[in-house]
Design a protein around this ligand. Structure first.
Ligand code: AMP
Length: 429
């Protein structure tokens, strides 16, 4: 009996050994993942962020409260479970709610007036699976808690852009909007409902539901007819309170100063109820209408989840979509399993000695693999090549007796006899 992967999931496995023709897509290649994650951590470090890791499941109610009952994510997409003990838990569909829950549980505001957190991990949404949309996807994201000035909003967008650029992804479109405050949205929602009501019979069932449960979300609809019908709907920006309008203007001014091109998109509300003021999304043409990442400000969320009134802002980006974009753009495949050397022992005595020699070389900081199959020299040299090794180290009875190794530089096929004692320094180069 063989078991398949659950729908909407994929395996991340080691890269295809060098020299093999068949390529593995970036999304399935663990070296690509390690590279993207390392770049994300490096860029975040430059902006003063520290890592947080939270459970992949939380109490179901957390997501209802934070993300919102009327959002697609909570209404249609969560993986909910009841434990044997009767607890109602949900696999996290996004990263912010858990991060803020942890901020409150751990009382992080006591140790630092401003918390700058980064996270990387899987999220779960019961979506219609397709390329770029999965039931388990991974997000890298950041949250800044404790600061409300608009310069932080611009800095977060700057960080996201810096990350994509560090990976070689250019041709980005940054879309920004302000969703105001809960209070300033009341008048807007009335105006939106008044506009939408006569058109409702022509709208999708989802938008009919949204009209009743959470009208702002009608603007999220990806249905072409809904989009056309809402084309002339009132704009949120015309209903903003003065402070939110000023905040938004300042964010735009900072983005100008940072040299980040952006578009103001009045329809951009994003799929979460917790946003206040700034909302943004980043796209790249090769992904079509699927966003590379997005985020926004959430000034009430910490308080809503039982913490002190604390402003916050964050963003999350899908790692799969980053990898798909890199591949579509034809960027070089990151990583690869490069070895410094591959040890080729010939004969029983050499095989015994190889284990110790590999350990000595590894302890000297080198990446070393060894042949475990007892094959002929030609096959071992092919393995060394396929593993991306720079050198093949051949030892047999003669070498053991002389305490030397025969070292072959694979790129040039040049051969050297090196004493065992000098091997670490020789391989290090
Ligand atoms: P969201 O949490 O919906 O704002 O999404 C943030 C980012 O995560 C998106 O811009 C995508 O890059 C990625 N993302 C969201 N949902 C999925 C999914 N189902 N599959 C793959 N990536 C996703």
């Amino acid at each position: 009996m063989q078991y398949g992967r659950p729908d909407g999931t994929f395996d991340i496995v080691p890269p295809v050994p060098c020299g093999r023709k068949e390529a593995r897509s970036f999304v399935n290649d663990s070296a690509c993942w390690l590279h993207v994650e390392a770049v994300f951590r490096k860029v975040c470090k430059a902006y003063g962020f520290a890592e947080i890791r939270t459970p992949i499941f939380e109490q179901t109610d957390l997501f209802h409260r934070a993300v919102g009952d009327g959002t697609d994510i909570v209404a249609k997409e969560t993986y909910d479970l009841v434990t044997r003990g009767g607890d109602r838990l949900t696999l996290r569909p996004e990263g912010t709610a858990g991060a803020i829950r942890a901020y409150v549980s751990e009382r992080l505001w006591i140790e630092r007036p401003i918390a700058k957190l980064l996270y990387i991990g899987p999220n779960f949404r019961y979506e219609r699976a397709q390329r770029g949309r999965y039931r388990q996807h991974h997000q890298a994201g950041v949250e800044v808690l404790g600061a409300s000035m608009p310069s932080i909003d611009a800095e977060i967008i700057d960080l996201a852009v810096a990350f994509y650029k560090a990976l070689g992804i250019t041709d980005l479109t940054v879309k920004v909007n302000s969703v105001g405050t809960k209070e300033s949205r009341v008048a807007y929602i009335d105006a939106l409902k008044a506009y939408a009501e006569p058109l409702l019979s022509e709208m999708s069932d989802d938008n009919k539901r949204r009209f009743e449960q959470n009208p702002l979300r009608m603007l999220d609809s990806k249905d072409k007819r809904d989009i056309a019908l809402l084309e002339n709907a009132p704009n949120l920006v015309d209903f903003l309170d003065d402070a939110s309008a000023e905040h938004f203007n300042k964010v735009c001014t900072y983005l100008d100063a940072l040299g980040i091109p952006y578009e103001v998109d009045h329809r951009l509300v994003r799929g979460f109820d917790y946003y206040t003021r700034t909302a943004f999304e980043i796209q790249c043409k090769v992904l079509g209408d699927k966003a590379l990442g997005g985020g926004g400000r959430y000034n009430q969320l910490v308080e809503q989840l039982g913490g002190p009134a604390t402003p916050g802002i964050g963003f999350g980006l899908g790692i799969e979509r980053v990898l798909i974009t890199m591949e579509e753009l034809g960027l070089p495949r990151p990583g690869g399993n490069q070895l410094d050397a591959f040890l080729c022992p010939m004969g029983d005595a050499a095989r015994d000695a190889a284990t110790t020699l590999a350990s000595i070389l590894r302890n000297a900081g080198l990446t070393i693999d060894v042949d475990y199959l007892g094959r002929r020299l030609k096959a071992m040299l092919e393995m060394a090549d396929a593993g991306g090794a720079r050198y093949a180290i051949v030892i047999g009875d003669d070498e053991l007796a002389a305490q030397t190794a025969s070292v072959r530089e694979l790129a040039t096929q040049t051969q050297h006899t090196v004493s065992i004692a000098d091997l670490p320094a020789f391989i290090r180069g």
